[in-house]
Ligand binder design. Structure first.
Ligand code: CP
Ligand code: NVA
Length: 320
């Protein structure tokens, strides 16, 4: 089975999946979560290369543990202290080496085009473990967590507050494909990528969801089913930390913001978080927070991706 019925089964962007394909990945993730022992030999003998230009806790651990749980193994190449990919040898040469030793590659890159080039060059599946533009594995875990919690997510109001960044882009892409009413609340100049917004509007038109951009936080939070935020300065933007803290200071998720949400409204964050900045301690450590449920589901969602991309035709149901 492939996530996409395609000759190059990679996971670079959730934008490449149709709504039914996205839903299928989430369903497989839930199946694997419910029956972990049933998949323990699924990727026996398979090896995963993990090439990271940036730091990671969750993505690194969950891909490594995920491969072990499925009977395979992972090898980590830490490039976070080194020059970016393509400096010592070309991205293509790296891909042509890794494909000889492994059955798949997870990469975390600065430039999005680096991961695209890796995927175009490698004969094995390439999975985006975060680029400056996208974070698809995160959005799979985010939406899986909401599906688990609510059953039906279509028609629910999901609000992303803060920087229109990689996490925001993939979340908006996934949630509109699932028929959610998605709001992004960002200060001027920090809105999501226009192409991603256009695709979200098109997806929402197909699924019955909606996409709205606003800078009014309390209007966005009103009766929201979920409020999501992320750091104000992403990896690679450390020099802008102070400047961004001033620009985003009115976009902090506090108890007052969460009070405006629906009675079962939840707080979401991809982590790592900065308490007292994008979210108050009371909110992230409070009863509405589901951040560690999401972190747990990174493991199950990525096991589904690994099983579907590296497992050939072993999962039931043919091409998703
Ligand atoms: N959320 C997330 O991707 O965490 P890491 O940066 O620790 O992998
Ligand atoms: N937007 C954040 C996400 C970290 C998981 C970053 O890119 O640093």
């Amino acid at each position: 089975m492939c996530i996409r019925d395609s000759s190059t089964p990679d996971l670079i962007s959730l934008g490449d999946l149709g709504p039914a394909e996205l839903r299928r990945v989430i369903d497989v993730a839930c199946e694997i979560k419910a029956d972990q022992l049933g998949y323990s030999d699924f990727l026996k003998g398979k090896r995963l290369a993990m090439v990271f230009e940036k730091e990671s806790l969750r993505t690194r651990f969950t891909f490594d543990i995920g491969m072990q749980d499925l009977g395979g193994s992972a090898v980590f190449l830490d490039l976070s202290q080194a020059a970016r990919m393509g400096a010592r040898e070309s991205v293509r040469d790296m891909a042509k080496n890794l494909e000889r030793w492994t059955h798949g590659i997870v990469a975390r890159t600065y430039r999005h085009r680096t991961i695209v080039e890796l995927a175009q060059s490698a004969e094995v599946p390439v999975i985006n473990g975060l680029s400056d533009l996208l974070h698809p594995c995160q959005a799979l875990a985010d939406t899986m967590t909401l599906v688990e919690r609510w059953g039906t997510v279509a028609g629910r109001k999901l609000v992303f507050v803060g920087d229109g960044n990689n996490t925001c882009h993939s979340l908006v892409t996934a949630a509109t494909k699932l028929g959610m009413n998605v709001f992004v609340c960002a200060p001027e100049g920090y809105e999501p990528d226009a192409e991603i917004e256009r695709a979200a509007i098109a997806a929402a038109a197909e699924t019955g969801g909606s996409y709205t951009l606003t800078s009014d936080l309390m209007e966005a939070a009103d009766q929201a089913d979920a409020i999501y935020t992320d750091v104000w300065a992403s990896m690679g933007q450390e020099e802008e930390t102070e400047e961004r803290a001033a620009i985003f200071s009115d976009y902090s998720i506090t108890e007052a913001v969460m009070e405006a949400t629906s009675p079962d409204g939840v707080f979401m964050h991809c982590l790592p978080a900065h308490r007292g900045h994008e979210v108050s301690r009371g909110v992230i450590d409070g009863p509405q927070s589901i951040v560690f449920d999401i972190a747990e589901n990174r493991l199950h969602a990525q096991k589904a991706v690994l099983a579907m991309l590296l497992g050939g035709d072993k999962t039931e149901g043919g091409n998703a």
